[in-house]
Design a protein around this ligand. Sequence first.
Ligand SMILES: Nc1nc2c(ncn2[C@@H]2O[C@H](COP(=O)(O)OP(=O)(O)OP(=O)(O)O)[C@@H](O)[C@H]2O)c(=O)[nH]1
Ligand SMILES: [Mg+2]
Length: 295
Amino acid sequence: MNTPTNSFKAGFVNIIGKPNVGKSTLLNTLIGQDLSVVNAKAQTTRHRIKAIINDTNYQIVFSDTPGIMKPAYKLHQKMLDAVDETFTDADIIMYVTEMRDTRPDEEWMEKIKMMSVPKFIVINKMDTATEPELHAAIDFWKTQNAWNEIIPISALHKFNTNLIIDKIVEYLPEGQPYFDDDKLTDRNDRFFVTEIIRERILANYQKEIPYSVEVGLESYKEEKTITKIHAVIFVARESQKAIILGHKGASIKKTATEARLKIEEFISQKVFLEVTIKVKPNWRDDDMALQRFGY
Ligand SMILES: Nc1nc2c(ncn2[C@@H]2O[C@H](COP(=O)(O)OP(=O)(O)OP(=O)(O)O)[C@@H](O)[C@H]2O)c(=O)[nH]1
Ligand SMILES: [Mg+2]
């Protein structure tokens, strides 16, 4: 454990924003590890994921969250519930936007306005903008809410991201650490194993496939020299199963092999990965299924 002094600071910094603005990229940059799945497709993050930074003088508990959107399925509503939850325990709200986003969601802007905690707005992807565009973006966001800090960054190029840490520490309340200092995240290896498989599906398949897929674990056995994992890829329709399989099973073989290598790297052990594909019709609107999938 940390040996906190009187002036030790600790708190929750909750990262929210629209899909695809770079919330997960920012989280990974801030903690210095690829923990949260990043992809060019929107709605990549589906769960709240906490990630912890420890210093001798402070502990910051970041939360990555799903992107704020209009819900089309019960799945989306659960994802939004995870965002809402972060309003209840935030010590600092960090709203992430990107350079070309000038259409804030009024409902969420209003919710943020109601919060009494410090609010940062982080304008990401500044590498994609010119100097005048950047100034225009800052001027625009100044009119949108009562931000304590407006911080332009590039999460991808790690530009200005250290400034975020400095500013957080400035505003963080004094208090005891929430987690042991050897803990990086609140999620376990099994969760990240399913995320690694989902990440490979996001990378390898197009159109509706990544949005129709959920990954579960049938079994997870840690043996002396190998971890044996049986994962299940759930799809919403029979036709999607054929796409996941690919010609003579080539697509699933590629995805499973790539996932296995990444899992081996993540858990630092040899892995035997078996993957089954199951059709679970309508799972995105099925309360029972969603609950089983951890929503
Ligand atoms: N050019 C540029 N691209 C970035 C930057 N940060 C993130 N991206 C890209 O933006 C895309 C989305 O990034 P994510 O981190 O997955 O975005 P997110 O906000 O977590 O998205 P959801 O989980 O879908 O809500 C990816 O292709 C990233 O590589 C940046 O600073 N500059
Ligand atoms: Mg994300």
